[in-house]
Design a protein around this ligand. Structure first.
Ligand SMILES: NC(=O)c1ccc[n+]([C@@H]2O[C@H](COP(=O)([O-])OP(=O)(O)OC[C@H]3O[C@@H](n4cnc5c(N)ncnc54)[C@H](O)[C@@H]3O)[C@@H](O)[C@H]2O)c1
Length: 342
């Protein structure tokens, strides 16, 4: 089996590449990644000499992709590449549309031209928007994205389904809930809170902090994507979720508890515009058809993740550079100077 994995230098993609090389003997992986700010290459530095792993730097939205896939002739393409941070999509949507929507179409076209047997589009539960009450979104729930990030991911899903209907292309779409784990860029909630707390810096909490997310470990997500690649039915969508939904504030308090830090570090800031209150999916179809279920309990996964960040300061300190700090200031406004959002 020859795989092209896009976005393999990012958080989840790097877990996926490791999962493949560790569990699928004989499979070969070409990681195609642009190495944006979110994928600076070091996530997979230890694999540089692995005999079944190769890397190519390329933009999935560029003309380089068609010849690359024509040369490579992989059995499958798994598309993780994306602009992935909702907050950044509020400040500027263009890179999200380019990579997430145009890039997905470009990859779909190139894969079809190269007669790639299967295309897995890694999507997100954020395409369903905020889910009220106790409901859980099934795969046929309406798409109601709230941000340019989730709207661009929904566009990619629709483009993949259109390629299925128009061209009979073999596509499978996966929609997972919020991921956490080692190697996550420190702009995202859990690593931001861990790394700020480690540095004794304030923890910015949006609004009342009671937004609910169904946190799932990235390794569980990757085992789901692999199951969809191997056993998913063409043209189908599979939700993945762990079935937990703690409020963000509880996750943050738990991080502080594990690190032995004070809750006085918490600063409430103005809520994110269009902030979805609750995400929740029904993952019964993935359990039934793919035999998939998450294996890592949130408490255990969070302990492991906090430990990993504590033990790898060189990795995340390098990422919290001047560009990161400029984004941070723009995003969280005046809170750092003492003015909170409440
Ligand atoms: N993080 C989550 O909680 C979550 C949940 C569900 C689904 N997803 C989806 O999983 C995928 C991976 O998310 P992540 O959190 O690992 O993101 P990430 O930002 O950590 O990684 C994205 C990777 O894509 C690469 N990339 C960006 N633009 C590219 C382009 N034009 N061409 C080639 N490579 C490009 C980046 O360099 C980076 O390595 C995304 O598609 C995202 O929508 C994420």
């Amino acid at each position: 089996m020859k795989l092209v994995v896009t976005g393999g230098s990012g958080f989840i993609g790097s877990h996926f590449v490791r999962e493949i090389l560790a569990t699928r003997k004989g499979w070969r992986v070409l990681n195609v990644d642009l190495l944006t700010y979110a994928g600076r290459g070091r996530n997979l530095a230890d694999l540089a000499r692995h005999p079944r792993y190769r890397f190519a730097r390329a933009d999935i939205a560029s003309a380089a992709i068609a010849p690359l896939l024509a040369r490579e002739r992989p059995d499958a393409v798994v598309n993780f590449a994306a602009e992935s941070h909702v907050d950044r999509s509020i400040h500027g949507a263009a890179p999200f549309l380019r990579t997430n929507a145009l890039g997905a179409q470009n990859l779909l076209d190139a894969a079809r031209a190269a007669r790639v047997a299967r295309f897995v589009q890694v999507s997100t539960d954020e395409v369903y928007g905020s889910i009220p009450g106790r409901a859980r979104a099934r795969e046929d729930a309406p798409l109601q994205p709230s941000s340019a990030y989730s709207a661009s991911k929904a566009a990619a899903d629709l483009l993949a389904l259109a390629a299925r209907r128009t061209h009979g292309q073999d596509v499978v779409i996966t929609r997972c809930t919020n991921n956490y784990g080692p190697w996550q860029f420190p702009e995202k909630l859990i690593p931001l809170m861990i790394t700020n707390a480690l540095a004794n810096q304030p923890l910015p909490v949006y609004g009342d902090g009671l937004q609910r997310r169904d946190w799932i470990h990235a390794r569980d997500h990757c085992r789901g994507v692999l199951a969809a690649l191997e056993r998913g039915r063409a043209g189908e969508i599979y939700n993945f979720g762990a079935g937990t939904e703690p409020p963000n504030l509880r996750i943050i308090q738990e991080i502080l508890r594990i690190l032995g830090k004070s809750a006085a570090l918490i600063r409430y800031v103005a809520d994110r515009p269009g902030h979805d209150r609750r995400y929740a999916v029904d993952a019964a179809k993935a359990r039934r058809e793919l035999g998939w279920r998450p294996a890592i309990a949130l408490d255990d996964g969070l302990e492991e993740t906090v430990r990993w960040y504590r033990e790898h300061p060189a990795w995340w300190l390098r990422l919290k550079d001047a560009a990161f700090r400029a984004f941070y200031r723009k995003n969280y406004g005046n809170w750092a100077t003492g003015k909170t959002g409440r």
